[in-house]
Design a protein around this ligand. Structure first.
Ligand code: FAD
Length: 466
């Protein structure tokens, strides 16, 4: 039987990053994955394919709507070849998952393909083409998550679909009904909206992206409405029925009045649930809580002291970069180091266009906590860079402590916000004040000037270009 210092179950961004860090720290490491390709949800059916389709559909929309204004004339019609678009997405996925194979080899990590289940706290049975058993002193559970559903919805994977099927559709929906106005629903909704579908979003909460700062919700709602999205907040979906190629969704609005929506596809994007099926966690003494998450302490250690859990399968934001941080954290903890994660500084991003990005506390959280804060906000439309590229929507908002000026939260909607948020993370990691940022040179013309201007606005209302 092969024996390891560490065995990792699941090869998503949590698992494969943990494996690399364990190997870097000199541990004999194995990783187990039940699917034929490595990379988990993120690389196969999540972050990477969704961004590939967002980019392709963005190019199409630019060509149809904006090229002419830029003085670019295309003779003849501009058409979408969906099959080719999906094939390009798959090529990006294949290249990326192949990259993980390379990294495993480079770091001398043994890869096992098959379903890993605990025999006891130090032995894992792997059911693949054949059934084998391995032994490990330490084990990391990184089994991730699967799409959740509402109990009355039958996801037939043809017309009533999850994000996974939405990444491989064979035709552009005429009318896509999206249940859930969170990140995944809006990103995939925007892909098909750009390609020509009518898109209706039904959201249970009173606003889209309800976990983010209300100002971001309001701005994104405004922009998506301009893009002709139909957004229905405060709608409680009651039934989803398929009649031939038609999908009929019934929902109550906040006054309890029933509304009916008819489309040809319905994307159910109501969140994700931690995945531990087939793991046999009990045999190892690993507790699963009533939300289906593997229960962990502050060291990400489970109820069995040599077993850790990371990523979507434990509490916290279901994000690839959070899983990666936890992978490194656990590897270093096992190696006897004292790593640290500041969960307040894990940024959240929505890759619609304009993008939405945030880090730290929202205004609602600061109000609830009774923190005395001040706000500096700057609109993207006041930037030369925004006018040059015609990306005028959005703003940057900085929330800072009223007395100390320490930055407590940064929230933005705008072109390239996903990349710009890194500046805010660095600043907050070093506990910068708004004035610190306001006194740093930001290249001109860039979108990042909005961060400097928002910082100027937060410190004595000193914004220069408004
Ligand atoms: P996963 O990536 O889910 O990987 C778990 C792996 O474990 C899977 O490969 C699974 O097959 C394997 N596994 C499970 N059980 C077993 C077992 N018993 N034996 C062997 N193998 C097993 N996050 C972002 O940060 N940015 C984004 O832009 C983003 N976009 C997304 C878009 C979509 C459409 C979706 C669905 C998700 C997106 N996410 C994004 C979320 C991101 O994909 C997850 O947060 C991330 O993949 C979690 O990583 P993980 O390592 O915890 O688990």
């Amino acid at each position: 039987m092969n024996s390891y210092d560490v065995a990792i179950i699941g090869s998503g961004p949590g698992g494969y990053v943990a494996a690399i860090r364990c190997a870097q720290l000199g541990m004999e490491t194995a990783i187990i994955e039940k699917y034929p390709t490595l990379g988990g949800t993120c690389l196969n059916v999540g972050c990477i394919p969704s961004k590939a389709l967002l980019d392709s559909s963005h190019h199409y929309e630019d060509a149809v709507k904006h090229f002419e204004e830029h003085g670019i004339e295309i003779p003849g019609d501009i058409k979408v070849n969906l099959e080719k678009m999906i094939a390009r997405k798959q090529a990006v996925v294949d290249q990326t998952t192949g990259g993980i194979d390379f990294l495993m080899k480079k770091n001398k990590i043994d890869v096992y393909q098959g379903l890993g289940s605990f025999k006891d706290a130090t032995h894992i049975t792997i059911k693949g083409d054949e059934t084998i058993e391995i032994e490990a002193k330490n084990i990391i559970i990184a089994t991730g998550s699967k799409p959740s559903n509402l109990p009355f919805i039958n996801i037939d994977k043809e017309r009533v679909i999850t994000s996974t099927e939405a990444l491989t559709l064979k035709e552009i929906p005429k009318h896509l009904i999206v249940i859930g106005g969170g990140v995944i629903g809006l990103e995939l909704g925007q892909v098909y909206k750009r390609l020509g579908a009518e898109v209706t979003v039904l959201e249970y909460a009173d606003r889209i992206i309800p976990t983010m700062d209300a100002g971001l919700s309001k701005e994104l709602n405004k922009v998506l409405k301009k893009q002709k999205f139909k957004i229905n907040a405060s709608h409680k979906v009651k039934s989803v029925e398929r009649q031939g190629n038609e999908v009929i969704v019934k929902a109550d609005n906040k006054k309890g009045v029933e509304a009916e929506f008819k489309g040809d596809y319905c994307l159910v994007s109501v969140g994700r649930r931690p995945y531990t099926d087939g793991l046999n966690a009990k045999a190892a003494g690993v507790k699963i809580n009533d939300r289906g998450q593997v229960e962990v302490n502050d060291y990400l250690q489970t109820s069995a002291s040599n077993i850790y859990a990371i990523g979507d399968v434990v509490k916290g934001a279901m994000l690839a970069h959070k899983a990666e941080e936890e992978g490194v954290f656990v590897a270093e903890t096992i190696a006897g180091q004292k790593p640290h994660i500041d969960y307040n500084l894990i940024p959240g991003v929505v890759y619609t266009w304009p993008e939405v990005a945030a880090v730290g506390k929202t205004e609602e959280e600061l109000k609830d906590a009774g923190v005395d804060y001040k706000t500096g906000q700057f609109p993207m439309r006041a930037l030369g860079r925004s006018r040059a590229s015609m990306d005028l929507d959005g703003f940057v908002k900085i929330l800072a402590d009223k007395k100390t000026d320490e930055i407590l939260g940064v929230h933005m909607v705008g072109a390239r916000a996903a990349d710009m948020i890194a500046e805010a993370v660095v600043a907050m990691e070093y506990r910068a004040s708004a004035e610190d940022i306001s006194r740093m040179s930001h290249a001109h013309p860039t979108f990042t000037e909005a961060i400097k201007e928002a910082a100027l606005a937060a410190t004595d209302d000193r914004a220069l270009h408004i």
